[in-house]
Write a protein that binds this ligand. Structure first.
Ligand code: OFO
Length: 166
């Protein structure tokens, strides 16, 4: 039996993860419009990872005999801009998700829910990796500056990178 407050928060996080997935899909579309197909693919893979995160939480609620209550997913803002602006927007979104996961973990501590704590530790580690990977790409775009060749080299690198959804 999951504490009702924790169950509500876990359900909300399912929606938050799906919202992240939806936002990254929107950013992927904008990157495609810039003809940065490697960046677009990387962001699309990231969108798929977020959907899998939602399903991890969804399955956890069900495995614990909890109730699924799916909420509304808001349409993402249609962001347009440079590669740096678009990837930076994804990084800011990741930072917001980290805050959500940390709050959820605090609630699992407050409610003495040990299985939820173990499950959420995976998410905490995942956020460290996702912020690092996305932050590194923002930094590399900044290093490329006005050098289109360097940006296209980074795009090719991302295109060849195999997506490994978690
Ligand atoms: Fe990177 O967001 Fe899911 O947890």
């Amino acid at each position: 039996m999951i504490n009702p407050r924790l169950q509500k928060a876990l359900n909300e996080q399912v929606v938050n993860e799906l919202s992240a997935s939806y936002s990254y899909l929107s950013i992927s579309a904008a990157l495609s419009q810039l003809n940065l197909n490697g960046f677009a693919k990387w962001m699309r893979d990231h969108s798929e990872e977020e959907r899998m995160h939602a399903m991890k939480l969804f399955d956890f609620i069900l495995d614990r005999g909890g109730q699924i209550e799916l909420g509304i997913i808001q349409a993402p803002e249609h962001k347009l801009g440079s590669a740096r602006e678009l990837v930076s927007a994804a990084l800011e979104h990741e930072k917001a998700v980290t805050g959500e996961i940390n709050s959820l973990y605090q609630l699992a501590l407050d409610t003495n829910d040990y299985p939820a704590q173990v499950m959420l530790q995976w998410f905490i580690a995942e956020q460290v990796e996702e912020e690092k990977v996305t932050g590194d790409i923002v930094h590399q775009i900044e290093m490329a500056g006005d050098n289109t060749s360097a940006l296209l080299l980074l795009d090719a690198k991302l295109e060849n990178q195999s997506g490994s959804p978690n």
